[in-house]
Structures are given as structure tokens and as C-alpha cells.
Design a protein around this ligand. Structure first.
Ligand code: PLP
Length: 453
């Protein structure tokens, strides 16, 4: 077998500059900043072509569960390769896709009974939107064709997912391409518009706003789509009980509930799915990221029997779900996802997150000593540290200061890779990180924030 040729950093940098257009990346800034070029991984670390080691502080954009080069996952792919790499799922099936669908139904909130595969989180959301839209058409209620979404939501970067998202920075540019959606505020306790000190009352006000919109417009709303922890919007967990209240409102007003668990699913928040914190079963749920442990691009949209039954008809009724990509249900991806979920069980990974989250919270508490740390938000291993110019007034830094970027740069020098969201420093360590590893990562965070702010 021909060995992969090795290249120097300079050669790879030059090829990157000449040929590769990186995603969500301003190339001018990236190329001016000595970009990291990763060569390999080992456990919770990434190693670049110059041999420098970094903690994978955001789990390679929120995917990585166990770490890198997990023998059981490597083996699952090898074993599957000995059989077949890919055949289509359009009009036929394959072994790992069937088994993975069964497994997902077993671990999902009760009542989610059917699995539709795809290749990315954004696609899993697109499918959820198409299912909800078509559900009402298939039932003869085409007037229910709009979506209720949250302000500052992020559901992916494809046109449908952007339409139900609301982060100006990512979405404004494409506004003329998008379909309109009805936006309601996400319940944010750190920054809320009400002159109220009591958190319970604040939550009630948010819910009242939601209910008012539903009461007025339910006749035209197909579904409400929510993230249980608003991710790219700033790592903001929904208050306890909020999702349950939304479930009840959706039932009351005959609106479907789509929960986007792309970021929160697979143990990230200390439950297998974040819906479980409130005992909620959505009508439709999108998952991706952690599903293969960060190995291959598999995603899925789960639905209840009530939804599936609205599509189950004679062909001539044209109730088929018209969606499916060439690589949907890829065998290598499904095989590694199955192996990943087995490891979740054998290593009691969700319990590990729950147990370690308290220790992590204690460690993160030390950051409150730093005067520009405004808020620390944590749900399991999903953490956002909001930096502010003035802690008393919660005054944000001027955009030009790029504090989040500066902290991430310093972390990189100190040996940890992060990707901030504005001035929110995102910390999403791999779920299998040990207490000692978490402590080392938090130490770097502390030093970087202390030095930069
Ligand atoms: N939904 C949520 C909540 C996300 O956080 C993301 C990505 O960060 C997506 C959807 C899109 O997932 P992907 O990047 O796999 O398309």
C-alpha cells in the first residue's frame, strides 16, 4: 500500500492558501494568523503537523465524544469496510442503518418511533421542517404552513435552516433568500427585557409572550422549533421546566414541537437527550454531531407514529416524504454510530458527564474572580463564558475588540483549541475527558482570560 506523503507546514500552508476555502472562515484573517493544520489526534488531544499538542476544547465543533483514535470505533469502521462501504437507502435498506434506527428509537425519548437518516445537523433540521410542513398538507390543512422560532436561534446554514434561525451575523446576508418565520424571544435570564428581579416571574413573562403568539396565530403555525440549550446564540440553557411548558402549549394550540438536539444530543448536557431533563417527547427531533462520536457525518430526524402515519399511504396519494441524499444511511457511518452508542453504555458515559459536571462547575467558578467574566452558563459539558466590558452594567465589549477571538488565540498558544461565539468563550470538552484533563483545560481558560481581558 502506498504511504501518504508527508509535507512540511509551509508546503501545506501554501496549498491551503492556494486551494482550500475553509467553512465559516474569513480567509484573509485566517491566512494571516498562522493557521493550525492538524495531522493526528490522540485521546482528548489534537496534534498539528509541527508536532504541537492541543486540548480539543470544543470537541472539534461539538462532535467528539470519547476522544480521537478510539480503538473500538476504528475497528467498527474496519469491520464494516470488509463488507461494504456504501449502498443507497433509497428504496432499499442496509444492515447497520436498520440496526442504528432500532437503537436510536430505544434510547430516544419514549414515543419517537421512526428514524429518517441524513448527513448533517442542518439537513436533519431541513427534514424536520419538511416533515412538519408536509404533515399538515397530508392531513388536508395546508394553511398551517409557518414556523414559530426563537430569536437568536441557530439551526444550521442551509437555506431552510437559516430561515428558522435568527443570528444576524450569520443570517442577515441571506435574508432575501429565506422564507419568513415568526420569531419569539428565547428565555434568557442573564439579559432579559423585563424590569423584574424574580427569575420565576421572568420565565412566566417569556411564556406569556409565547402563548400570546400561539393564541393569535396557531391556525397558520405548523410547528415550533427550539434548541433546549441555545448553542450558537450564546450557550444559554432553557430554564428548568420551560420545554415542558412549551410542550403543553403546543398540545393546547395544536402546533407540532420540533426539538433540535443537534448540539445537545448524545450526553452533552448530562442526559442522553436534553429533552429528558423535562421529561418531554417532541413530535420531531433532529440529531447529529455526537451520533458517530465525531467520526463520520451521520444525522437523523426522529418522529412519532402520529407523524409517520400521516405519510403512510398509497403511492398515488403523493404523501411520500420527498427527501433523500446520495449518502443517506451510509454503512460506515451507521456502523461507527452503533459502536459509539455501545461505548456510551459500556463506559457509562452519560453518568460520567453528570458526575463530572459538578466538579467542572466548581472549577469554572474560579473564573468569576476575573472581573470581565460576566456570566458562566453550564449544562453538563456545554459551557459558555460571557465576557463583558463592565460586569455591573453587563455592558458588552465593542465588536472591534474581538475579545472572544483574542482569548481563543491565547488558549491556542497555551495548548487548547477553542472557537468562540462573539464574546462568549465556548467550552465543550469531549465527554470522556477525565477530571484531571478537565482541570488542565480550565487552567488554560483561566490564564487566557486573565491575561487578555
Ligand atoms: N442545529 C444546532 C442546534 C446546531 O448547533 C448546529 C451546528 O452547530 C446545527 C443544527 C447544524 O449542524 P451541522 O453543522 O452538522 O449542519
Amino acid at each position: 500500500m502506498k504511504k501518504q506523503q508527508t509535507y512540511s507546514y509551509e508546503e501545506l500552508y501554501e496549498k491551503n492558501a492556494k486551494y482550500l476555502w475553509n467553512p465559516f472562515t474569513q480567509m484573509k484573517e485566517y491566512l494571516a494568523d498562522q493557521p493550525v493544520i492538524i495531522e493526528r489526534g490522540e485521546g482528548r488531544k489534537l496534534i498539528d503537523v509541527q508536532g504541537r499538542e492541543y486540548w480539543d476544547g470544543v470537541s472539534s465543533v461539538w462532535l467528539n465524544v470519547h476522544g480521537h483514535r478510539v480503538p473500538e470505533l476504528d475497528e467498527a469502521i474496519r469491520e464494516q469496510l470488509d463488507k461494504i462501504a456504501h449502498s443507497t437507502l433509497l428504496g432499499m435498506a442496509n444492515v447497520p442503518a436498520v440496526l442504528l434506527a432500532e437503537k436510536l428509537v430505544q434510547i430516544a425519548p419514549p414515543g419517537l418511533s421512526k428514524v429518517f437518516f441524513s448527513d448533517s445537523g442542518a439537513e436533519a433540521v431541513e427534514i424536520a421542517l419538511k416533515i412538519a410542513f408536509q404533515y399538515w398538507r397530508n392531513l388536508g390543512r395546508p394553511e398551517k404552513d409557518s414556523f414559530l422560532t426563537m430569536k437568536e436561534a441557530y439551526h444550521g446554514d442551509t437555506v431552510g435552516a437559516v430561515s428558522v434561525g435568527a443570528i444576524d451575523m450569520f443570517h442577515k446576508m441571506y435574508a432575501p433568500l429565506l422564507f419568513p418565520s415568526i420569531k419569539v424571544p428565547f428565555p434568557t435570564l442573564y439579559r432579559h427585557p423585563y424590569e423584574l428581579a424574580d427569575e420565576k416571574q421572568v420565565v412566566q413573562r417569556y411564556l406569556a409572550e409565547m402563548e400570546a403568539v400561539m393564541a393569535a396565530q396557531a391556525h397558520r403555525i405548523a410547528a415550533l422549533i427550539v434548541e433546549p440549550v441555545q448553542g450558537a446564540g450564546g450557550m444559554i440553557p432553557m430554564p428548568k421546566g420551560y420545554l415542558k411548558a412549551l410542550r403543553e402549549l403546543c398540545n393546547q394550540y395544536d402546533i407540532l414541537l420540533i426539538v433540535d438536539e443537534v448540539a445537545t444530543g448524545f450526553g452533552r448536557t448530562g442526559k442522553m437527550f436534553a429533552c429528558e431533563h423535562d421529561g418531554v417527547t417532541p413530535d420531531v427531533m433532529s440529531v447529529a454531531k455526537g451520533i458517530t462520536g465525531g467520526y463520520l457525518p451521520i444525522a437523523a430526524t426522529l418522529a412519532t407514529d402520529r407523524i409517520y402515519d400521516a405519510f403512510y399511504a398509497d403511492y398515488e396519494e403523493f404523501k411520500t416524504l420527498y427527501h433523500g441524499h446520495s449518502y443517506t444511511g451510509n454503512q460506515l457511518g451507521c456502523a461507527v454510530a452503533l459502536a459509539n452508542l455501545e461505548l456510551f453504555e459500556s463506559r457509562h458515559l452519560v453518568e460520567h458527564v453528570t458526575k463530572s459536571a459538578d466538579h467542572l462547575a466548581d472549577q469554572l467558578n474560579s473564573l468569576r474572580e476575573l472581573k470581565h467574566v460576566g456570566d458562566i452558563r453550564q449544562k453538563g459539558f456545554m459551557i459558555g463564558i460571557e465576557l463583558v466590558a463592565d460586569r455591573t452594567t453587563k455592558q458588552a465589549y465593542p465588536f472591534a475588540k474581538r475579545m472572544g477571538v483574542k482569548v481563543a488565540r491565547r488558549c491556542r498558544e497555551l495548548g487548547m483549541l477553542l472557537r468562540p461565539l462573539g464574546d462568549v468563550v465556548v467550552f465543550m470538552p469531549p465527554l470522556a475527558s477525565t477530571i484531571e484533563e478537565l482541570d488542565s483545560m480550565v487552567k488554560i481558560l483561566y490564564q487566557a482570560i486573565a491575561e487578555v481581558t
